[in-house]
Ligand binder design. Structure first.
Ligand code: URP
Ligand code: ZN
Ligand code: ZN
Length: 459
């Protein structure tokens, strides 16, 4: 099968030029001006951007959490991702207490196998790691799971102590692996929540008011300090505020390999979105939405490379029957929000159209940097001869209104309802196969393949 993409403007993290692309056997085989080869499928990309497929390194498909389960499974979630120009996700498998690391990974393989629309990899949420389990962590790395998420939050569920974090960082770091840290002081936060509930503060907005930015900054500071003692890198997930970013910036200025991602919700939404009633439950995610003033600081961090990646932390729960679990107590609202479908167009609009970042940086933040950080580059994250033909044909001029009606995520609301943006994903190729054509899904469950990842090439 040969596909020829003609007349497009190819934009990668470093290049911006006009050329045609020939795809053979799932990969880019030739890039050049005015290619005249025979092809089974010719796509005219005149007036369009031709960019590497997005990589979202932070999703939680069908994650059991907060007494329920994230409402997108690997089928609906990856299909929605494809609609939004994302061709690779890295989802978080979970090793629950009492399970081996490999059991956790096997469980996630069972959830995903045969269902996904796009390629996928796993990180592993590690909730226990004794000395006798270090070997298993190395086995997981041999199986292509080269990053491990640990939590300083959610006591009694996912939280691990500092000794476990140090052990994991030492063991992973030794082999080039990476610890992804949910950095929030969950022990202190739980005390603050107790006091709030005792005062009768039960509305969703108290989710934000009980998780101060200082609790996140303290977690980031501690995570980086432990990583420094373990002589390993660290990657802070879903960084939400200036206080936390300052910790990363100070470490990086000292030459420490500290990395961080932020998410669209922290760039476009704010604490004001909670309002006073239960509608605010739509935005109950962790860390919570922050004061608007943090947004400019995060954009600055993205520009200066103190933040390297934009992921989504896609973890949707419906308002009906799921978020409702916390109608009388905000601490019982399942934490998480949808977003996998909206990331690429949102960042194009908010970043490029609104003049905050360059077109190259947009590609780097939504695709290339994640491929490098998580051991997928140059197979993924760029358009180059030999790379997988994961390609998005993006209309930079067309406008769209985000909302539930046009969304493909399996959830009953959209956090960006009514937001008008410029830039539309038109056609998406996943390893050379057209999975989205003019906004219509053309793939089938199981098109996606599991990605055995290597280690970071960013350091
Ligand atoms: O609220 C969130 N972020 N839910 C997903 C789990 C996590 O902490 O990433
Ligand atoms: Zn987290
Ligand atoms: Zn998450």
């Amino acid at each position: 099968m040969k596909t020829l993409i003609k007349n497009g403007r190819i934009v990668t993290a470093v290049d911006d030029y006009r050329a045609d692309i020939l795809i053979e056997d799932e990969r880019v085989s030739v890039i050049g001006a005015k290619l005249e080869m025979e092809a089974d499928n010719v796509i005219d990309a005149s007036g369009k951007l031709v960019i590497p497929g997005g990589i979202d390194p932070h999703t939680h498909m069908e994650l059991p959490f907060g007494g329920t389960e994230a409402s997108d499974d690997f089928l609906t979630g990856t299909r929605a991702a494809a609609h939004g120009g994302t061709t690779t996700i890295i989802d978080f498998a979970v090793q629950y207490k009492g399970e081996s690391l490999i059991q956790g990974i096997d469980n996630w393989h069972k959830k995903a196998e045969g269902k996904t629309a796009i390629d996928y990899g796993f990180h592993l949420i590690t909730t226990e790691l004794e000395d006798n389990q270090i070997e298993e962590l190395h086995t997981a790395m041999d199986e292509g799971i080269s990053s491990f998420k640990m939590f300083m939050a959610y006591p009694g569920v996912f939280l691990v102590d500092d000794a476990t974090i140090f052990r994991a960082m030492s063991a992973a770091g030794e082999r080039g692996g990476l610890i992804c840290m949910h950095a929030e002081n969950g022990i202190v936060i739980n005390e603050i929540i107790k006091h709030a509930l005792a005062k009768g503060h039960t509305a969703p907005k108290y989710h934000a008011l009980t998780r101060p930015t200082l609790a996140e900054a303290e977690g980031v500071h501690r995570a980086i300090a432990i990583a420094e003692m373990a002589e390993s890198p660290v990657y802070i997930v879903h960084l939400s505020c200036a206080d936390a970013l300052n910790q990363v910036r100070q470490a990086r200025d000292r030459g420490i390999p500290a990395f961080a991602e932020t998410c669209p919700q922290y760039l476009f939404l704010s604490i004001d979105d909670y309002g006073d009633d239960f509608e605010g439950a739509k935005y109950v995610m962790t860390p919570p939405l922050r004061e608007k003033s943090n947004q400019a600081e995060l954009w600055k961090g993205l520009k200066t490379d103190d933040l390297q990646i934009i992921s989504t932390d896609h973890c949707p729960f419906c308002m009906k029957e799921q978020k409702e679990l916390g109608r009388n107590d905000f601490s019982k609202i399942p934490n998480g929000a949808p977003g996998v479908e909206n990331r690429v167009p949102l960042i194009y609009n908010g970043g490029v159209v609104e003049n905050r970042i360059s077109l190259n940086r947009f590609v780097e933040l939504t695709s290339t940097a994640a491929a490098k950080m998580f051991g997928l580059f140059p197979k993924k994250g760029t358009i180059a001869v030999g790379s997988d033909a994961d390609i998005v044909i993006f209309d930079p001029e067309k406008e769209q209104t985000l909302g539930l009606k046009t969304s493909h995520m399996n959830v009953d609301y959209n956090t960006y309802e009514g937001k008008k943006i410029k830039g539309v994903v038109e056609t998406v190729l996943s390893r050379g196969k057209v999975v989205i054509q003019n906004g219509e899904y053309k793939g089938k469950p199981g098109d996606g393949q599991f990605l055995k990842r290597g280690t970071c090439v960013s350091m």
